[in-house]
Design a binder for this molecule. Structure first.
Ligand code: PEP
Ligand code: MG
Length: 758
């Protein structure tokens, strides 16, 4: 049964559309359980009905026609209770409902399991038997497992409008997919799918521009792979037995088979580009093998996929213009990906990039931080996103509410067009604040600093508007190389930023690798990277890396007096002591070598609850404290900042996060140690009055947030900020804090800073 389950799961996950997936599933299940009928009902939330969407055993014509009101019948009961129902004689149950037009005779045995995703029942998977039958426990869990697999595919279909077709309804078109609003703003544009090259499964549909050329590209790629295989066979001729060599012949035969080439060409002729046409034929072939009972033959499915990936590699080499071709990018590009890397983002010409959507990642993943720095609306963690069907689709992104609309109807389009116009007007108005200080109406000034370092900027964005750099992430030059950068290369980098900003302060953070920032040449295999070897932990274990970086920072500061050095991921006091010793050692050595140096200001980041509890002892040891609210939130709430499954639990406005920040601030100010916030919370206009009310000394944020936060500070007063803080501290959750602050910003006429429209 396990084998069968595995096979059905594979088939269902590989099916290209929900209709096909349901068909495969119902026929597979009916056979495996030897039931008379297997059906899937999907919930139509608009009409409040459960609609028969696939069946094996009932009349096929009933699909899409049988519609059961939500709270009626046994199907309704399974959905209502959100748990399985296993009855040996369904007809004697008070909720039994006889539905004549399905071709049903009386079915006695009944097993229904709900299809659930994120607490919502999306449908019911049901098997039925004419004879009375109590289904076994393992049959119940079998259906359970399959229902869980289906949930994702159903959400995909809902978002792309396919579900409306399946349930025989006109799509209202105003469906949207939800993720986390990771960079505010609204964007209207055209989807461009970015994917890991040489992964056939990830290839998106894309209209072929030149059908004959696509055909030729396919044939050339197939030829190239055939040559490769021939060469491999010859190379291994002495080592392989005749039987093993025959494997190559089989692969070559498969490659040249009519069913593979002719079918792929047919799909190209229908208008898809060669890689996607290949994806579909290879998928169809591999599925045939996957479905075979014989284990040996089943494994041939992966040979077919490998073959497909090889052909794909050659197709990529001949892609017209390749990925760098600017005409490939729509004028208003919305970049879509399963997971988008900083490098993939950087590939899109800046003037064409208007938005970002990804199935994985969350607000505080580094690509989201980068989107904010660039002022590009982003929605991350859209786990239902049917990525490979998003190419060239018209998309709307609402970065405030975390929504993505696919091919929206004119009413939604017009509404968002209006919001986008208002946004532009707002940004324009904010420009008037550029020369003005971040000062409250009662004269309290709070320096607004810049977070930077993640982008390879020529000119640091927002440099003119910031009072210094509160966080310079030094990881990027380490991430884009294939070995550690040396002391001289680092010195040049740091000198550029120190001199550009002088005399304004520049806070360089020492290397914070590990977690979600691995280095390709320093692999770390861990099951819990965020609780593992990261930040200061690595650097103290590798003093040679640490000392090289510190020496570079110190040498870069010769002639200037604005350098601040900051230590990330501090958990123990001893880590601070050890790190400070190393910094003093590097400083003394450089003085001995003849460098004329000032001692930089030294600080720690508080990102770990243990450090928050020892804020006072930390404050005694250093010149400044900076609170990394991104990590602090993840560790306080025990929510992985990159995991889209728990993204809705990640909330840096949670009262516990605010309370912790307040405690740190109180403890540090008792020692006259300044406290800044450099996590994303600092750039949230809704949080600014609260942080001001706590008495933090400065805020450091992405350039896109500077003027927005300034607008709020200039409109508020210290007593009002303290009053709002008291209100927030009475809240029990982040939503309560958000509502309170949205209301407060509305009353200042600044609601448009935290949600679309004014
Ligand atoms: C933080 O954790 O808040 C922070 C600023 O550091 P990073 O986002 O780079 O981990
Ligand atoms: Mg951090």
């Amino acid at each position: 049964m396990l084998d069968t389950l595995h096979r059905i799961v594979q088939e269902v996950t590989r099916a290209n559309d929900l209709g096909k997936a349901l068909q495969l599933l119902t026929s597979g299940v009916r056979k495996a359980i030897q039931a008379d009928v297997c059906s899937v009902y999907l919930t139509d939330f608009d009409s409040r009905e459960h609609v028969l969407a696939a069946t094996e055993g009932l009349r096929p014509e009933a699909v899409g026609k049988v519609r059961l009101p939500m709270h009626r019948g046994l199907i309704g009961l399974v959905a209502e209770r959100a748990e399985p129902l296993n009855l040996d004689d369904a007809t004697s149950h008070p909720r039994y409902l006889y539905i004549p037009h399905t071709g049903e005779t009386e079915y006695h045995g009944f097993l229904g399991v709900p299809i659930i995703q994120y607490r919502t029942v999306l449908g019911v998977l049901v098997v039925r038997q004419q004879q009375p039958r109590q289904f076994e426990d393992e049959e119940v869990t079998f259906l359970f497992t399959l229902a869980a697999q289906l949930a994702g595919a159903i959400k995909h279909a809902q978002a792309s409008g396919e579900l409306a077709t399946l349930t025989n309804r006109r799509s209202s078109g105003s469906h949207f997919m939800e993720g986390r609003g990771s960079a505010t703003g609204v964007a209207i544009g055209t989807g461009l799918v970015t994917y890991e090259t040489a992964d056939l499964g990830a290839v998106p549909d894309r209209a072929a521009r030149d059908i004959p050329a696509e055909r030729q590209r396919l044939l050339d790629a197939v030829d190239a792979v055939e040559n490769e295989l021939q060469r491999m066979k010859q190379r291994l001729a002495d080592t392989l037995s005749c039987e093993d060599q025959a494997l190559f012949d089989a692969l070559i035969m498969m490659l040249n088979s009519d069913s593979l080439i002719t079918r792929t060409i047919e799909l190209i002729d229908e208008g898809n580009w060669a890689p996607a046409a290949l994806r579909d034929t290879i998928g169809e072939h591999a599925r045939i093998f996957d479905a075979m009972e014989d284990r040996y033959l089943r494994e041939r499915g992966s040979d077919v996929r490998n073959l497909g990936n090889r052909v794909l590699k050659h197709l990529e080499l001949t892609e017209p213009g390749g990925s760098s071709n600017p005409t490939r990018f729509p004028e208003q590009t919305i970049l879509v990906g399963d997971e988008i890397s900083v490098m993939q983002l950087a590939e899109v010409p800046r003037e064409k990039l208007v938005g970002l959507v990804s199935a994985r990642g969350s607000n505080s993943s580094h690509v989201a931080i980068l989107a904010r720095a660039m002022g590009i609306p982003a929605v991350m963690g859209v786990s239902d996103l049917p990525v490979n069907r998003m190419e060239a689709r018209e998309l709307i992104i609402d970065g405030y509410r975390g929504r993505v609309y696919v091919s929206p109807p004119p009413s939604v389009f017009d509404e968002y067009q209006r919001l986008a116009d208002e946004e532009r007007a707002l940004s324009h108005e904010l420009q008037a604040l550029r020369e003005l200080p971040a000062e409250t109406v009662d004269g309290v000034r709070i320096p607004l600093m810049l977070n930077t370092g993640l982008v390879l900027e020529q000119q640091t964005i927002g440099a003119a508007d910031a009072e210094g750099i509160g966080l310079y992430r030094t990881e990027l030059p380490f991430m884009v190389r294939d070995s550690f950068p040396g002391e001289n290369v680092q010195t040049i980098n740091y000198h550029r930023v120190i001199s550009e900003f002088a005399p304004r302060p520049v806070t360089l953070r020492i290397l914070d690798i590990g977690g979600d920032k691995p280095l390709p040449y320093f692999p770390i295999e861990e099951s819990n990277p965020f609780l593992g070897w990261r930040g200061i932990r690595i650097l103290l274990d590798h003093p040679e890396i640490f000392l090289t970086q510190i020496r570079a920072m110190l040498r870069a500061s010769v002639g200037f007096d604005n350098l601040h050095i900051m230590l990330p991921m501090i958990t123990l006091l001893s880590e601070v002591d050890d790190a400070l010793n190393l910094i003093h050692r590097a400083h003394d050595e450089l003085i001995e070598e003849g460098y004329e140096l000032n001692m930089p200001k030294l600080g720690v980041m508080i990102e770990v609850p243990a450090a928050a509890y020892q804020a006072e002892a930390l404050a005694e040891r250093v010149d400044f404290i900076s609170i990394g609210s991104n990590d602090l939130t993840q560790y306080l709430l025990a929510v992985d900042r990159n995991n889209s499954h728990v993204a809705r639990l990640y909330d840096d406005l949670h009262p516990v996060v605010l309370q912790t920040i307040r405690q740190i601030t109180t403890a540090a100010t008792a020692h006259d140690t300044p406290v800044s916030i450099c996590g994303e919370l600092a750039g949230n206009p809704a949080a600014a009055p609260l942080l001001l009310g706590m008495g933090v000394s400065s805020l450091s944020m992405s350039s896109g947030s500077l003027l927005r936060v300034k607008a709020v500070i200039r409109a508020t007063s210290l007593p009002r900020a303290r009053e709002l803080l008291r209100g927030a501290m009475r809240c029990h959750d982040g939503d309560c804090v958000r509502k309170l602050m949205e209301h407060a910003l509305d009353s200042l006429g600044l609601g448009g800073l935290v949600r679309p429209g004014r």
